[in-house]
Design a protein around this ligand. Sequence first.
Ligand SMILES: [Fe+2]
Ligand SMILES: [Fe+2]
Length: 481
Amino acid sequence: MNVMNVDYSTKIPNNVNLSEDRQVLKALEGWHPGYMDWWSDMGPEGFQQSLVYLRTAYSVDPRGWAKFDYVKMPDYRWGILLAPQEENRVIPFGENFGKPAWQEVPGEHRATLRRLIVIQGDTEPASVEQQRFLGKTAPSLYDLRNLFQVNVEEGRHLWAMVYLLQKYFGRDGREEADDLLRRRSGDADSPRMLGAFNEATPDWLSFFMFTYFTDRDGKMQLHSLAQSGFDPLSRTCRFMLTEEAHHMFVGETGISRVVQRTCEAMKAAGISDPEDIAKVRALGVIDLPTIQKKLNLHYSLSLDLFGSEVSTNAANAFNAGIKGRYKETAIEDDHRLQNSTYPVLKLIDGKVKRVDEPALTALNMRLRDDYTQDCAKGLLRWNKIIALAGYDIRLELPNVAFHRQIGEFKDINATPDGLLIDDATWNRRKGEWVPSADDGDFIASLMKPVTEAGEFASWISPPKVGIDNKPGDFEYVKIDT
Ligand SMILES: [Fe+2]
Ligand SMILES: [Fe+2]
């Protein structure tokens, strides 16, 4: 079969020749009903019978891979799609640098690989669970459709990881696949594996922050796994990244549109001080200081996803050829890192300082630095909108020491500027830096659904262009059908 095109004749669309891989097909078909149960229990609340204008992958050709059409979400064709195999691909880093990439799991790396695949897999359904109530308060049909697009694709990413587990990890892989449907975001007994994926996503500003900051952590992880010497994992991640770009687009443009609307409303009302929160809120828009607080929260939660700055697990995974660096093949060095160092931010004598550590153990830190650079691009865009409106205030990424639960700074308190403070000061002032209950209540008060085609809630601007170039009044979701 041609790997570029996806076979839709089987129950599970795929480009991995499932119809001739009976055992794996059987395992996946056995897993399917549990997945559908999970989707109906934990997927988007309501709208399951609505027609949603969704894209579905029909190919893995980067020049044209998606088809748009109205689909009921439960009828979405969740499939197994791998990017085409690169001929003669070699392991691009670590002790096995230059050797042929593995088409099967090497015995000695089985446990590490399985753990990484399970952790990645666990985040995919988690985000669907976190976002499941947002449909009820969508600011427009355009946004509603984007939410559901993100949700069905995160579901597909779960399928992608489950395929790897079932095909390459035998019985324990099948058990892990079942457990991925058993854990629940925020559950006291059986939570999802990573902290940020157990947090609530209570409103649409959180959703945009999540897709901007937390999906971007996903992007960085997928990029490092796309370098993997285990070729099926590499190919899976490469195609997931194609879809993932849209999720971050939703976040970046979502925040842009919120900032835009706030600035427009302030200008129209003649407000000169953007920090006059009461006046700004009276206009039915979200004030910039509150947007900054949400940003502080989601950025710091997402930094925790990179793990400890110094990590022997990360070093081992790199040495083994399992998890590389961001854009590994574009980096000009020896790709082994045995003798190099990397500067790591550490807490020394009560101050945040840079210290050179062996580059191998500092790989989490490096990936986190790449992430921070990637995050900064959105801030440039948002700040441009604010500057163009004539306001002298900027959104900023908080210091890495701010509000951390994992790594070097987990036991201290710091302001967004990186000033270390004691517990009492933190407790007294944290409401200035992360959203307070009042902030949450205010945002919640704005979250009224808008379901008229082409209409938008008071607190967000319309997008510049439609999805699939559709006009502004396009009915992206036919709610009652
Ligand atoms: Fe994903
Ligand atoms: Fe995503």
